[in-house]
Design a protein around this ligand. Structure first.
Ligand code: PMV
Length: 317
């Protein structure tokens, strides 16, 4: 039996939209922060059945039929890469946070599956592959998962280049408020396809590139320009959600509590001239990043919203 776990990540510059040239090739580069406190765990065991099967590791987690199919398809792809198509396995997995609702469970679950399979197949065949190769393989299962193989900030060019970005500023508190843990009606795979119909898609790559350069400069600098980082990340998540709402037909993820949380953060910035970095993925849940010296504000914010479930790497009140 083989066991592995992998972290999720939150994109500050979003991978949204796939190019026609290959599987999970992003139309633009993206940049994320790895979230080691939000993890998926995978166990793999060889079995005597005629097919690979999946089951929940904790007996609780559910995967939609399409979710299961996607997971098993990626596993078959990995088996093929190692020349192991004749062997059959049972895969058990779980996330320590809700799936399919915009906290990037696909990133951690595909990263964990790829890591576990690389260990198992490496042991069986003697072919050991590097972390970098694992990240590249993981991309075929879920694009965003390729950014979960390093700590801190990671840049992905949308294709075959995944680069950890050295920065002294990765030491941040993260909070994600679970506004809804219901499975999304438009999955991120569907979102990637549908944004191609948005009238805002022309120019998206150029807008992303400008923000990407600016964010990278901020992360590299010794003194952290927090306010500019906030503005860039703010513009980026609204840009992605504007693509959703201008697709044909339009779709969106915001719920009343998403707006309530975002508004509270904006108020904080307006009154104090300081506040958290705010972002949302393809879902209604809201992510905040706080500097370590903002602990009091972060706690105050969490107290004020104690009616909304929150996952964080800071000690919650
Ligand atoms: O990896 P996928 O296909 O589930 O794409 C997820 C993309 C976003 O989470 C919406 C943004 C990102 O860059 O993580």
């Amino acid at each position: 039996m083989w066991e592995a776990s992998a972290p999720s990540n939150i994109a500050l510059i979003k991978y949204m939209g796939k190019s026609a040239e290959g599987k999970n090739v992003g139309v633009n580069p993206s940049l994320s922060l790895t979230l080691p406190h939000l993890r998926s765990q995978v166990l793999i065991q060889e079995h005597a059945q005629s097919d690979d099967t999946w089951e929940a590791l904790d007996g609780k987690m559910t995967l939609s039929e399409t979710g299961k199919e996607k997971f098993l398809k990626h596993f078959s792809f990995l088996k093929e890469k190692f020349g192991l198509t004749n062997k059959k396995f049972i895969i058990r997995s779980k996330n320590d946070f809700p799936s399919d609702c915009g906290i990037a469970s696909s990133a951690s679950s595909f990263a964990a599956l790829t890591t576990c399979a690389a260990q198992a197949f490496g042991d069986i065949t003697g072919q050991k592959i590097s972390l970098e190769e694992q990240a590249l393989l993981s991309r075929y299962g879920s694009g965003s998962s390729c950014r979960s193989f390093s700590e801190g900030f990671v840049e992905w060019d949308g294709n075959n280049s995944i680069t950890p970005l050295p920065s002294t500023h990765a030491d941040l508190f993260h909070q994600v408020y679970i506004v809804s843990s219901s499975v999304k009606t438009v999955s991120s795979s569907q979102a990637h396809q549908r944004v191609a119909t948005s009238s805002l898609m022309p120019g998206r790559t150029e807008r992303v590139q400008l923000r990407m350069n600016a964010v990278k400069n901020i992360l590299k600098a010794q003194k952290l320009d927090w306010e500019n980082l906030y503005s860039l990340v703010w513009a980026e998540f609204w840009d992605m959600h504007a693509l959703f709402e201008t697709s044909q037909p339009p779709f969106g993820y915001f719920l009343p509590n998403s707006l309530k949380l975002i508004q509270q953060a904006r108020d904080l910035w307006e009154t104090d001239g300081d506040g958290p970095i705010v972002t949302m993925d393809a879902g209604p849940n809201v992510h905040f990043l706080w500097r370590k010296d903002q602990l009091v504000s972060a706690n105050f914010f969490a107290n004020r919203n104690s009616d909304i479930r929150c996952f964080s790497n800071m000690e919650m009140p």
